[in-house]
Design a protein around this ligand. Structure first.
Ligand code: GLU
Length: 446
């Protein structure tokens, strides 16, 4: 066992027995700990300040009951949480996820990741994550509205434009943000930017919907540019069919790449010669309508039941669905078929043993905390637009986003370069840590 593993194991042990069953959280902490603990231990000021410990124990976890009525009058009870991980570099910031798998473990992992991601943007954004185990599938519009209102009734006292600014995540898009913003405005008795991802008619930012997926492509372009290459003609496999996946697909297609897959839990939509813009938009419409994507009418596209995108020999793989979706055997498929880049649109989509396979190969891996940071970065721009009561044009936001992703790439590349190769995961962890550590040290023991 090398020193990094010894330090990491000791650190995880010290987190205490209450974290032992939080597998996703421990997985996320381990990734960062392996890269930063050697730095922390070699610097007495950092180790005395217990920087990583202070980030690995959230400032607080709010937990509440959400009680709401279905259309038939039945009473439903869900659980809601907000994990406020750290506001050392800015107001708590991070999305809300509505999914039956949401738990304290998942939200602690996401809040922890968010701290590092937000630090990498260079913007004043702390880290948080929240959500509910509510399953929106099969629910009517009115039920979704009542759920969002009930959820916000509990959360409203704890958020605000300078305090904690939630946004969307899985199953929380413009519609849900609209209902939750309306509810917050009523409960708080004020009008302000307490949420991001709002609609354009009431304080939202241009490009927020597109930002996460687009920024993933901007990050890959920055990676390719390092070696004088570009996306034209590249076979890009994408998993998922949600906001991140489809906007990454649209931007990659626009840049001349062949987008060969999108997917859902029942299989993969495959187009050997690349999807048209129309086909990607069709996927968006089907998803919005709650319908499946198993019957594409376009020539050259088929739905392969039970297949995953990683078996179609892509040059670039973009996991954009959810955590731990890409397993060891799938990673082996990617390596064997000569994949060059795996860049994460989802948060922590690779299992640990999948990561090991990639690390032992020539595949370059870009972690979500760097590669998908454009979503929260545009949320940061939405917050500033709300503060100074004006709005930027789509072109201005897009230009700013391209610039931000180039800066993130440069920061990560600088910290991650070793023997002429860039270790993007290590670079992201160290660059994020350095910014957080400086702020933690400067602000004393609190
Ligand atoms: N949920 C998104 C993420 O994973 C966005 C968070 C935000 O905009 O606050 O970064």
């Amino acid at each position: 066992m090398d020193r990094r593993d010894v330090l990491t194991n000791a650190f995880v042990d010290e987190l205490g027995s209450h974290t032992r069953s939080q597998n996703n959280f421990i997985q996320a902490v381990r990734h960062v700990a392996r890269d930063v603990l050697t730095i922390e231990k070699n610097d007495p000021a950092l180790s005395n300040a217990k920087v990583l410990h202070r980030l690995a124990e959230p400032d607080r976890i709010l937990s509440f009951r959400v009680t709401w009525e279905s259309d038939t009058g039945g009473v439903n009870i869900n659980r809601g949480w907000r994990v406020q991980t750290s506001n050392v570099i800015g107001p708590y910031k991070g999305g809300l996820r509505f999914h039956p798998t949401v738990s304290v473990d998942i939200l602690k992992f996401l809040g922890f990741e968010q701290c590092f991601k937000n630090a990498l943007t260079g913007l004043p954004l702390g880290g948080a994550k929240g959500g509910s185990d509510f399953d929106p599938r099969g629910r009517t519009e009115r039920e979704i509205m009542r759920f969002c209102q009930a959820f916000m009734r509990e959360l409203a006292p704890h958020i605000g434009p300078d305090r904690d600014v939630p946004a969307g995540d899985i199953n929380v898009g413009p519609r849900e943000i609209g209902y939750m913003f309306g509810a917050w405005r009523k409960f708080a008795g004020q009008y302000d930017g307490a949420l991001t991802g709002k609609g354009l008619s009431y304080g939202g930012s241009q490009m927020r919907v597109e930002a996460t997926g687009y920024s993933l492509v901007y990050f890959i372009q920055a990676m390719l540019e390092q070696n004088g290459r570009d996306l034209a003609g590249k076979r890009v496999a994408i998993s998922g069919k949600g906001n991140v996946a489809t906007h990454a697909a649209l931007k990659a297609q626009e840049a001349g790449a062949k987008v060969i897959t999108l997917s859902d839990t029942s299989g993969t939509l495959y187009a050997a010669d690349g999807m048209s813009r129309d086909l990607i938009c069709w996927v968006q419409q089907r998803k919005d309508a709650g319908e499946d994507i198993s019957a594409p009418k376009e020539k050259g596209a088929s739905f392969e039941s039970n297949a995953v995108p990683w078996s179609f020999e892509p040059e670039i793989a973009l996991p954009c669905a959810t955590q731990n979706e890409l397993t060891q055997i799938m990673a082996k498929d990617l390596v064997d078929s000569g994949t060059e880049i795996v860049a994460e649109g989802a948060n922590m989509p690779l299992t640990d043993d999948a990561l090991e396979v990639l690390n032992a190969s020539d595949v370059v891996h870009a972690p979500g905390k760097a590669a998908n940071a454009g979503g929260v970065a545009v949320s940061g721009l939405e917050m500033s637009q709300n503060s100074y009561r004006r709005s930027m044009s789509a072109q201005e936001v897009d230009n700013a986003l391209v610039g931000l992703m180039k800066e993130i790439h440069a920061r990560v590349a600088e910290e991650g370069t070793q023997d002429g190769r860039i270790d993007y995961a290590r670079g992201a962890n160290i660059a994020g840590y350095r910014r957080l550590a400086q702020a933690i040290q400067a602000q004393g023991v609190l």
